[in-house]
Design a protein around this ligand. Structure first.
Ligand SMILES: Nc1ncnc2c1ncn2[C@@H]1O[C@H](COP(=O)(O)OP(=O)(O)OP(=O)(O)O)[C@@H](O)[C@H]1O
Ligand SMILES: [Mg+2]
Length: 259
């Protein structure tokens, strides 16, 4: 099952620069939540705070809370590596490990976690993850071939399989379809729709049609001006955001008048 995420009074800094200010957001379990908004408003930055990837950037830090099913990910006793096991990330550009086979790519996260698994358990896990990523039938006869020999859409689904193989509770996706053609995009969107049965999903997208197609909830971020921090304007059911938003900023953005 997916887990819910509650973000309370989150401020996100790069050094002294406050990139995103006072975000309060409640992300439902087993739903797809889309982050939309103009470039630079902090969508990726907020997304990366949800699995503590933000702090990998030197000088970057946060104040406030991110609760995963009530547990503060930024608590003193929390190991960031363990957080990234529960909360998986899929990046904008498919990034299979270039020297690894399809099979080893799927297992890469599990191996990083230093888990010893038998060959037959690994075989089962590879099949399960690839089936879950809707890729099994296309690759089952070439599991030992390089991951980078796949098409862009297949590579992105391979990266989703790699993320799923560690059994996360949450999947974060930062513009996962922006490097893909329309057919691969639809394949990944179909997959997102299936994955929400098992995971909580947060997706950043610039594509309004995509947000409308795949998400249950939409959060609109904006920034007052360049150099000022981004903020969450509003979040609601996707239908409400697209048809009847409360804020005029949202209305202007979704009707294409800026951004
Ligand atoms: N590593 C970094 N160091 C310093 N500032 C950063 C860093 N990454 C992002 N920023 C700044 O933080 C702000 C938010 O950037 P972010 O990448 O989160 O925006 P975004 O909404 O994802 O934009 P886009 O739609 O273009 O991907 C911007 O002002 C950006 O310049
Ligand atoms: Mg971004």
């Amino acid at each position: 099952m997916g887990q819910r995420i509650d973000v309370n009074h989150l401020n996100v800094y790069y050094g002294d620069f406050l990139a995103v200010e006072d975000v309060n957001i409640h992300i439902q379990a087993n739903k797809v939540t889309a982050f939309i908004g103009p470039s630079g408003c902090g969508k990726s930055t907020v997304l990366r705070t949800l699995d503590r990837m933000h702090e990998i950037t030197p000088g970057a830090h946060v104040t406030g809370e991110v609760l995963l099913e009530g547990r503060n990910l930024y608590g003193d006793d929390v190991d960031p590596v363990a957080v990234r096991r529960d909360v998986g990330m899929v990046f904008q550009r498919p990034n299979p490990f270039p020297t690894m086979s399809i099979r080893e790519n799927v297992l890469a996260g599990v191996r990083l976690n230093n888990k010893k698994i038998s060959k037959s358990d690994a075989d089962d896990l590879v099949e399960w993850a690839l089936r879950g990523a809707n890729l099994w039938n296309e690759v089952k006869d070439r599991l030992d071939k390089p991951g980078i020999g796949l098409s862009g859409g297949q590579q992105q689904r391979l990266c989703i399989a790699r993320a799923v193989a560690v059994h996360p509770q949450v999947l974060l996706m930062d513009e996962p379809c922006s490097a893909l053609d329309p057919i691969s995009t639809l394949a990944v969107e179909d997959l997102i729709n299936e994955l929400k049965r098992d995971y909580t999903i947060v997706i950043v997208t610039h594509n309004m049609q995509q947000a409308a197609r795949v998400s249950d909830y939409t959060a609109f971020f904006n920034l007052k001006e360049i150099g000022k921090p981004g903020h969450l304007v509003e979040m609601d059911e996707t239908k409400v955001i697209f048809e009847n938003p409360k804020d005029t900023e949202t209305e202007r953005y979704i009707s294409g008048r800026f951004g």
